[in-house]
Design a protein around this ligand. Structure first.
Ligand code: DUC
Ligand code: ZN
Ligand code: ZN
Length: 487
């Protein structure tokens, strides 16, 4: 009998800290041995000349999700997970969105029905909370955390999703008390609405004005406010899709003060600019996302924030709305920018773009690449006991990268259910040629090998606050607030 189900031989293994030559022996879905000269595999993969990396963990993607205005994403859990797998991912954590009036129990049931029969990769969800009633805060969220869904997103903008600052404090305290991580879409709602109204009233309704309508200042103000609120109640807060230098600097400063503040950016802010919106007719709607695309100076600075550790996560924010009446053009063939579904696809290209523009061009190390595409997400979202690294005992979630493979990006080359890619025509160096999830080959040599529904739900652990030293606000401290116990 073979000692291992599978041996990956001859590759260069990299984790978030180390790079070394090693074979990998896999048994029962887990990494059973590391070392040179391993044999005894029922199957063998020759990885000579390749990088053997932890499978990517994509923790910001919208799959089979209705927006607040009713638009359904183009990808379901099958096409979304297949596309993620072709892009080197072994795990996905999309959102399960609560719209006003829905119970969290119903939301989770709905997404279980969508994900379990379809996902080819392991998965979990972050909840989106838009209706934080007493029952949601006291009973439903703790029940979701118990089930291993230990993170959720709230919005500081969008009339149908926004939570007030007061509710945000309630939510942050609930998360803190239950070991959960709050994620936030930080943009100042009033500033955006004021700009949208002013632009539209003056006839500036082309897609390019979407970028103007969501000023950098809106993001910066909301990030500063979010930091103030979270720090006041000593709760962890993750700012998703950070797109401004000043916003990232506010995060860096909060981190230096010991606050549990985290940041994420996305490929669109690093590889596209607002000029992409300036296309004839409705073409620019393909590039409408929120926060909007910025400029080349911001692109440069985001690399620095990734290297400096200001931003721990780099996620696709895959929000696939097709360029037709089911998506971008649901309000007519030439919609005003404020009637366009926000978001763009990119789950398959997230890691390849970072590899090509980052590792291959010497902007980041291979280890930083691993940290940004897998390890940091595993740690922040309570999966690091099983996922995000290559070590004995961990899930055999592995992506084998050919560092020299050249690919030209085309929409038809993607495996999502989209009819465009915003990265069309880019020339990439490096591609994940084989992808494993718990030792099963999901993708190999450009072919899908996995069965629909092969992925498992991953029960995640609570947020780990080790090492953070927030300073308690005097007004929350009995010694300095006349004895009031507020926690
Ligand atoms: N926020 C996201 O995270 N994704 C798409 C649109 C949005 O507002
Ligand atoms: Zn958002
Ligand atoms: Zn998103």
């Amino acid at each position: 009998m073979a000692e291992f189900d599978l041996v990956i031989r001859g590759g260069t293994v990299a984790t978030a800290t180390d790079t070394f030559k090693s074979d990998i022996g896999i048994r029962d879905g887990r990494i059973a041995a590391l070392g040179l000269g391993l044999d005894g595999g029922y199957k063998t993969i020759d990885a000579t000349g390749k990088f053997v990396l932890p499978g990517g963990i994509e923790t910001h993607c919208h799959i089979a999700q209705e927006s607040a205005t009713g638009a359904m994403t183009a990808d379901d859990y099958y096409t979304g997970s297949v596309s993620a797998a072709f892009g080197g991912n072994s795990t996905i954590v999309p959102f399960a969105a609560q719209h006003r009036g829905q119970t969290i129990k119903d939301v989770i049931r709905t997404y279980d029905d969508r994900a379990a029969p379809n996902s080819v990769l392991d998965y979990s969800y972050h909840l989106i909370v838009s209706d934080p009633t007493e029952e949601v805060l006291r009973e439903e969220l703790p029940m979701a955390f118990e089930r291993g869904i230990t993170s959720f997103k709230v919005f500081m903008t969008y009339d149908k999703m926004i939570v007030s600052d007061e509710h945000m404090l309630d939510i942050l305290v609930t998360a803190r008390e239950n070991g959960a991580l709050t994620m936030v879409h930080a943009e100042n709602n009033a500033l955006i609405k004021w700009m949208v109204n002013r632009l539209i009233a003056r006839g500036y309704d082309a897609p390019k004005y979407h970028a103007v309508s969501h000023p950098a200042a809106a993001e910066v103000e909301a990030i500063q406010r979010g930091i103030t609120l979270a720090s006041f109640v000593e709760a962890p807060l993750l700012f998703v899709h950070v797109s401004t230098d000043a916003g990232a600097r506010a995060i860096a400063e909060a981190r230096m003060s010991g606050q549990m503040i985290f940041g994420e950016t996305c490929p669109q802010y690093m590889f596209l600019t607002a000029d992409n919106l300036d296309l004839p007719g409705a073409e620019g709607t393909k590039f409408c996302c929120s926060p909007p695309l910025r400029d080349t100076a911001t692109q440069d600075i985001l690399w620095r924030h990734l290297n400096a550790g200001t931003l721990q996560l780099y996620s696709s924010d895959h929000a696939p709305y097709r360029f037709d009446e089911t998506g971008k053009l649901s309000n007519g063939p030439n919609p005003p920018f404020n009637k366009v579904a926000n978001g763009m696809p990119g789950i398959e290209l997230r890691a390849p773009l970072l590899f090509s523009e980052g590792v291959a061009k010497g902007r980041i190390s291979l280890n930083t690449f691993v940290a940004l595409t897998a390890t940091n997400a595993a740690r922040l979202f309570g999966m690091s006991e099983r996922k995000g690294s290559i070590a004995i005992g961990m899930d055999a979630d592995i992506a084998i990268w050919d560092p020299d493979k050249k690919t030209q990006v085309t929409a038809s080359g993607m495996h999502d259910n989209m009819d465009y890619t915003p990265f069309e025509g880019m020339e990439l160096t490096g591609w994940p040629v084989t992808v494993l999830n718990r030792g099963n080959i999901i993708v190999d040599g450009g072919e899908l090998k996995a069965e629909r529904g092969a992925g498992d739900f991953i029960k995640r652990l609570p947020f780990d606050a080790t090492g953070f030293m927030p300073t308690r606000a005097p007004e929350m401290t009995p010694a300095t607030n006349f004895g009031a116990k507020l926690f």
